[in-house]
Design a protein around this ligand. Structure first.
Ligand SMILES: C[S@@+](CC[C@H](N)C(=O)[O-])C[C@H]1O[C@@H](n2cnc3c(N)ncnc32)[C@H](O)[C@@H]1O
Length: 404
């Protein structure tokens, strides 16, 4: 059997993420094809690829040599074992794999903005291929899972929020343990933002436990079996707090669905749910994929939510509009959306929190089934707590949004 090729390490071959916009379509597909050849035992399912993409991939294999797939004409069988050993060593290199993973998540996060693609179809195919390779990283063996759990333990973070409700049932604190701030994470990168708990989620978690009634967390207002959906959950801190808090407040049979769109974030979220609810079958919380830009409302998101909650999810101009449109589809007729925008007065996120008013005040915003529109009913400022949140955060804006 011929060796797959002579791949070069991802660290020295992939085009840098920060200059990805200068890469050509061929270079992007070549890089993706190289990663597929290196990390996936089977080739990317080209049967699903469009003709143009198929042509590009085959051109990438032959003309644009990224260094991953440069099989040399005339290789002898003797070279095969050596080539396969090199490939296996490279595949097992955690540093290279972590770089490839970061590149893939970075590529997916930036893909909408890249102008190199000749068509939307090409862009989608590239994202599909990147997701396919990325997903293969998570299809790990039991041994790898064990190793991952040990590595994650190094980044465990614990929170304990006092409950100030006299008749709360059970312990007087909500205790949460999270995998937070994973190795190699760069929080300045948009694709890494969901792997840590942001200041807003900590401030809001504390408030939920201190003043549950302020958020309508009472049996009287929520009724039995309420459905609560967290949007852009990241590590899932807020959702996990809700899942532990609600039964203590006498709110029976709640369902909390913590959602995000990022594969690595969802993986970490599921792991956090398992850490806090080892008996997964009995956990009142589950994780689900939900992209605000194109919500797919299949199970478990196929029933209206009684409450939506989202912290630090507005950090690009389009986010507030996406959140509004997505919430319009999933919030029930008596439901409330609690949206917490972090105020950043410096840097590239400056002023983005102000887009919430613009989005929820726009006259052309979509209406729900009964013709009402999501509207800001109340807004207030939450102060930054000492030692919580990053330096560029100057406070938080809490919006109570409902139908009007
Ligand atoms: C700044 S983090 C906040 C995470 C968490 N809510 C917190 O406060 O710690 C923003 C989160 O929104 C998620 N996100 C960004 N764009 C999204 C989209 N279009 N659909 C769903 N989630 C998205 C990111 O993956 C990330 O987890």
């Amino acid at each position: 059997m011929r060796p797959v090729g002579s791949p070069l390490p991802p660290t020295s071959s992939l085009p840098p993420l920060r200059t990805l916009e200068c890469s050509t379509e061929e270079q992007v597909f070549s890089a993706l094809q190289g990663l597929s050849a290196l990390y996936c035992p089977f080739a990317f399912p080209l049967d699903n690829a469009s003709d143009s993409h198929r042509k590009l991939l085959s051109a990438a294999d032959t003309l644009v040599d990224s260094g991953y797939v440069s099989a040399t004409e005339g290789d002898e069988d003797d070279d095969c074992d050596e080539g396969e050993d090199r490939l296996a060593a490279l595949r097992a290199d955690n540093f290279e794999r972590s770089h490839a993973e970061r590149w893939l998540t970075g590529f997916i996060a930036r893909s909408e903005m890249l102008e190199c693609f000749t068509s939307e179809d090409s862009r989608q195919r590239a994202v599909d291929q990147a997701s396919w390779v990325l997903e293969s990283f998570f299809a790990s063996t039991a041994d790898q899972d064990q190793q991952m759990q040990e590595e994650l333990a190094d980044y465990a973070r614990e929170f304990s929020f006092p409950i100030t409700k006299d008749d709360s049932q059970g312990p007087m604190t909500v205790d949460i343990r999270l995998n937070d701030g994973l190795a190699g994470m760069d929080s300045s990168q948009p694709d890494d933002v969901g792997l840590q708990s942001w200041g807003a989620s900590i401030v809001v978690s504390k408030l939920l436990c201190q003043e549950p009634a302020r958020f309508g967390l009472t049996a009287a207002s929520l009724g039995p079996s309420p459905r609560i959906i967290e949007l852009g959950a990241g590590t899932g801190l807020v959702g996990l707090v809700m899942a532990k808090l609600l039964p203590r407040l006498g709110i029976s049979n709640p369902t909390v669905i913590a959602t995000d769109y990022h594969p690595a974030v969802l993986e970490n979220l599921r792991s956090n749910i398992k850490t806090n609810f080892p008996q997964l079958d009995e956990a009142p919380i589950e994780a689900a994929l939900l992209d605000w830009a194109s919500p797919n409302l299949e199970h478990p998101l196929d029933a209206p939510a009684d409450m939506l909650i989202a912290t630090d999810v507005v950090y690009a101009p389009e986010h507030a509009t996406w959140l509004r449109d997505c919430s319009t589809q999933i919030l029930g007729p008596d439901g409330t959306l609690w949206l917490v925008a972090t105020v950043r007065q410096n840097g590239r996120f400056e002023g983005v929190s102000e887009t919430v008013e613009a989005a929820f005040g726009a006259t052309d915003r979509p209406a729900g089934k009964d013709g009402r529109r999501l509207t800001i009913l109340h807004a207030e400022r939450l102060e930054k707590s000492n030692g919580i949140g990053r330096g560029d955060e100057s406070g938080y804006r809490l919006f109570r949004i409902g139908w009007a």
